[in-house]
Design a protein around this ligand. Structure first.
Ligand SMILES: [Cu+2]
Length: 85
């Protein structure tokens, strides 16, 4: 019979690595790779942003880092597009 460790530990799954929270935004108006690049560049320029992932077809922009929704919306409109949600 196997002995199974049942002792409780303080270990917990790491859900959030500090500064690495990712948020998904819905952006309207992007139609091609150029649009995606423009949005990516503007959002990447925000302090605290680690990665930006843009899916042109779905309009989804996934931002990893500490940017606020306001900062992302401002960056997206700077690029010429709009955050829908
Ligand atoms: Cu385009």
């Amino acid at each position: 019979m196997l002995w199974v460790e049942s002792e409780r530990s303080d270990c917990q799954p790491v859900k959030y690595i500090a500064g690495m929270t990712s948020t998904t935004y819905q952006v309207s108006g992007m139609t091609c790779g150029h649009c995606a690049n423009a949005v990516t560049e503007e959002i990447t320029a925000i302090d605290g942003v680690s990665t930006v992932s843009v899916d042109v077809e779905s309009g989804q922009v996934i931002v990893t880092g500490e940017a606020t929704a306001e900062q992302v919306a401002a960056a997206v409109s700077e690029a010429g597009y709009a955050v829908v949600s």
